[in-house]
Design a protein. Structure first.
Length: 267
């Protein structure tokens, strides 16, 4: 191990974190748009249908003059169900239609059936027994989906903010002469990230991509390679292909040669 550590020059390095601030904010943006769209779906289609069904559920009765003009249900993992229905009927004002969207959790395989239902006092709020029978299920599913989306968006934004802060730490670290040192790999954190511990027991966490792998020095002892200021401070773990640090061709060749040197004793 020692020849490999000594092969690194002692100087400031240009460091490239596995996952920079830009990538983190881009992921947060994509997640916000995706799950924000789901929240918009809840607000525009799911929740209004639930509100209207609560208004008519006590007086709703079969509506023989109405029919299901279009209907399609989708099942995900045979558990999460979504149904889009178009109900058509005719009254004194002529032909009318109403589109409703249901979202609920129920184990099911195969097709669904639906019977139009209506409250005579609220003729425009035609619904179906499929929705009324699962009204509280739909409420719980909507609340659960909303909480899930908010938590994910919040988590992505927090991860992006942490990545931004780590970017500042990397710039500060790169301004000082650094040396190669072994640190203990503590595992993967959220984000994702690597968690490492130095010989003094200080723990550091750095954002990376899921495809990144640390530069292993001693698998048995869980030691990986890091760069750090010998005077103390953060330890910056390196990846196995040394893409997180800018090296000259000569430096990289010397490190690779030391890497291939057989281990004859403890570091």
């Amino acid at each position: 191990m020692r020849p490999l550590l000594e092969a690194f020059p002692r100087r400031p390095f240009v460091l490239r974190p596995g996952r920079g601030a830009v990538g983190g904010w881009l992921l947060a943006l994509v997640g916000t748009v995706l799950f924000g769209g789901f929240i918009a779906l809840l607000a525009i289609e799911i929740c209004p249908a639930i509100r209207d069904d609560f208004a008519v559920r006590d007086a709703a009765r079969p509506a023989p003059a109405a029919r299901i003009a279009e209907g399609r249900c989708r099942s995900r993992l045979f558990l999460f169900q979504t149904c889009d229905l178009t109900i058509a009927w005719r009254d004194k004002d002529g032909a009318r239609t109403r589109k409703v969207t249901y979202m609920f959790v129920e184990p099911h395989m195969g097709s669904w059936s639906a019977v139009p239902m209506a409250d005579p006092a609220r003729a425009g709020l035609v619904t179906t027994d499929l929705g009324l029978d699962r009204l509280w299920n739909r409420v719980g599913t909507a609340l659960g989906g909303l909480a899930f989306a908010v938590v994910l968006i919040g988590g992505l934004l927090i991860a992006a903010w942490k990545g931004q802060a780590k970017g500042g730490d990397v710039k500060a670290l790169a301004q000082r002469p650094l040396v190669a040192a072994p640190v203990r790999f503590r595992g993967w954190g959220e984000g994702p990230s690597w968690v490492v511990e130095d010989e003094r027991g200080e723990v550091f966490e750095w954002p990376v991509r899921k495809s990144d792998k640390p530069f292993v020095l001693d698998e048995g002892r869980g030691l990986v390679l890091a760069l750090r200021d010998p005077a103390g401070g953060s330890a910056f773990p390196l990846d196995e292909k040394l893409r997180f640090v800018v090296l000259t061709a000569q430096e990289r060749a010397a490190i690779e040669a030391a890497r291939r040197t057989p281990v004859t004793g403890a570091a």
